[in-house]
Design a protein around this ligand. Structure first.
Ligand SMILES: [Cu+2]
Length: 437
C-alpha cells in the first residue's frame, strides 16, 4: 500500500470543477499509480478473503466498503505510459496507467463502480463477460447515454459469476481502445478451495501503431499495428513471471488487440482451465504448449512449474516479437551490398549495410534511431543479445523462493553439463542404454 500514491479525488478534479464539492466528498478516494513495474499482490484489507492475483506490469485497485457494498473509483484520463525503457507513449487509460488497474472482487459481492470521465470526449465502461442488469452493461447509446467529459457516473451490480473478465469503453470504441483504454477484472470464487493455485497472474494483450519518432498511436489503424504488448509493455520492458519450483501456476490472458495471438510457453505443458465464459470441467481440458487467443477472448492456463530455469513465454507470431523498426524492412539476404555501401556512405555518413546474411545482427547493433523509438529487437541475456521485442517475456522457475517472493531472481544458473555446447570432438565416452534400463 505504501508504494501506491494516494491523491484526494477533489484535488485531481480541481481543474474541471464540474462535480459539486459535496458530491466529490462522497466519492471513494481516487487512487492512481505512477509505476510501470509489476506491483505485489494486494491482499484484501476488507470484505471477504481471497488469494489475490498479480497483474503483469500492473496493479489492483483498492476499494472502500460502504454498507456492505464494495466501492471502486475509476477515472478515465490521458496518461503517459513507458512501453519499454527509451520509449513513452501518449495513451488514454485509467487512474494513471494503461491498462487501468485490475479489479478484484469475490463471487456474490455487490460492487459499485464510480467512473469519472477526464477525457476530452464522452466514454462508457462495458464490463466484458459479466452477468448484470442490461442497464449496467455500458454500451453507449444502447444501454445508457454516453458519460460526458467532466461527469461521474455510477454502475452497480452483483459479481454473480467467478472468473476472469475485462473492462473497456463501448463509446468511440475504435479510437478509445487504440489509445489503450482497458483493464482486467477477476471475480474470485466464493469458496477459496475451488481450483486453488500458488501463483495467479493476469494481463491483457494490446497493440499500438506508433510511428518511429512519435509518441501518440494512430487511431484508425485496422490491422497494421507495429507494437505488440503484454499490458502496454513490450520486451525488454515486460517483467518476468517469477514462480517457485512445483508451484501450481495460473496465467489469465485477455486479448483486446485486433488479431489472434498464439501464446506459447516453453518447458512445460499446460491446460486451458478457463475462458471469459467460465471454468472448464476437468474432463473437457486437454494439454497444450500454445494457446491461440482470439480477439475479445480470455484464456486461463494452468500448470505445475516443475522445471527450474528461464523459460520463454511469447506470442508465436514472429512479427509480434519484434518492435516497430522491424516492420517493412526489405529482404537483403544474398544481396552483395559492398558497392552500394560505399556509394551511400559518401552521401549518408550513418549509413550501414545490413541484412545481407540475415537480420540477427540488428539485435546487437546500436543503430541510430529517431528519438523515443525502440530498436526492432533488443534485450541482453546471460549468453548475448536476445533477439526479441514485443510480446515476449520469461517465466522464471526457481527452487529458492519464499511463498510470496516475486522479486526478479536474475538469470538462471544452469547446472554444469546441462547446456548445449560447441562440438569439438571431445565428449565423454558414449555409453549405450541397456535394454530395459
Ligand atoms: Cu501475437
Amino acid at each position: 500500500m505504501n508504494r501506491r500514491k494516494f491523491i484526494a479525488g477533489g484535488a485531481m478534479l480541481a481543474g474541471g470543477a464540474t462535480v459539486a464539492q459535496v458530491a466529490l466528498a462522497r466519492l471513494p478516494e481516487l487512487v492512481t499509480m505512477d509505476k510501470v513495474a509489476t506491483q505485489p499482490p494486494f491482499p484484501p484489507p476488507s470484505g471477504r478473503p481471497y488469494n489475490p492475483v498479480v497483474t503483469l506490469n500492473g496493479w489492483s485497485l483498492p476499494w472502500r466498503m460502504n454498507g456492505g457494498v464494495k466501492e471502486f473509483h475509476l477515472v478515465a484520463e490521458p496518461v503517459v505510459r513507458e512501453l519499454a525503457p527509451g520509449m513513452k507513449a501518449n495513451l488514454w487509460g485509467y487512474n494513471g496507467q494503461s491498462p487501468g488497474p485490475t479489479i478484484e472482487v469475490v463471487e456474490g459481492d455487490r460492487v459499485r463502480m464510480f467512473v469519472t470521465n477526464r477525457l476530452p470526449e464522452h466514454t462508457t465502461i462495458h464490463w466484458h463477460g459479466q452477468r448484470l442488469s442490461n442497464g449496467m452493461d455500458g454500451v453507449g447509446g444502447l444501454t445508457q447515454p454516453q458519460i460526458p467529459p467532466g461527469k461521474t457516473w455510477v454502475y452497480e451490480f452483483v459479481a454473480r459469476r467467478a472468473g476472469t473478465f475485462m473492462y473497456h469503453p463501448h463509446a468511440d470504441e475504435m479510437l478509445q481502445m487504440a489509445m489503450g483504454m482497458m483493464g482486467s477484472w477477476v471475480t474470485h470464487p466464493n469458496d477459496a478451495r475451488f481450483m486453488p493455485v500458488d501463483r495467479d497472474f493476469v494481463f491483457l494483450l494490446n497493440s499500438y501503431d506508433i510511428e518511429p519518432g512519435s509518441r501518440t498511436p494512430k487511431v484508425s489503424t485496422m490491422l497494421d499495428f507495429n507494437l505488440f504488448n503484454f499490458n502496454s509493455r513490450v520486451f525488454p520492458g515486460i517483467d518476468s513471471l517469477v514462480v517457485r519450483t512445483k508451484d501450481r501456476v495460473r496465467i489469465r490472458v485477455g486479448n483486446l488487440t485486433m488479431t489472434n495471438h498464439p501464446i506459447h510457453l516453453h518447458g512445460h505443458e499446460f491446460e486451458v482451465t478457463g475462458t471469459d465464459g467460465g471454468w472448464i470441467p476437468r474432463a473437457a481440458r486437454w494439454p497444450e504448449v500454445t494457446v491461440d487467443i482470439g480477439v475479445g477472448q480470455m484464456r486461463a492456463i494452468e500448470f505445475d512449474a516443475t522445471e527450474p530455469g528461464d523459460w520463454a513465454l511469447h506470442c508465436h507470431k514472429s512479427h509480434h516479437t519484434m518492435n516497430a523498426m522491424g516492420h517493412g524492412v526489405p529482404t537483403m539476404i544474398g544481396v552483395d551490398q559492398r558497392d552500394l555501401a560505399a556509394t551511400f556512405s559518401s552521401l549518408i555518413p550513418e549509413y550501414m549495410a545490413m541484412g545481407g546474411s540475415g537480420m540477427a545482427d540488428m539485435g546487437a547493433m546500436e543503430m541510430p534511431l529517431p528519438d523515443n523509438t525502440l530498436p526492432m529487437m533488443s534485450g541482453q541475456g546471460p549468453f548475448g543479445a536476445i533477439e526479441m521485442g514485443g510480446m515476449f517475456t520469461t517465466l522464471k522457475v526457481r527452487d529458492d523462493l519464499g511463498r510470496h517472493d516475486y522479486k526478479d531472481p536474475g538469470w538462471y544458473r544452469q547446472p554444469p553439463g546441462t547446456r548445449a555446447i560447441e562440438f569439438t570432438g571431445d565428449l565423454p565416452e558414449p555409453s549405450r542404454a541397456k535394454r530395459g534400463a
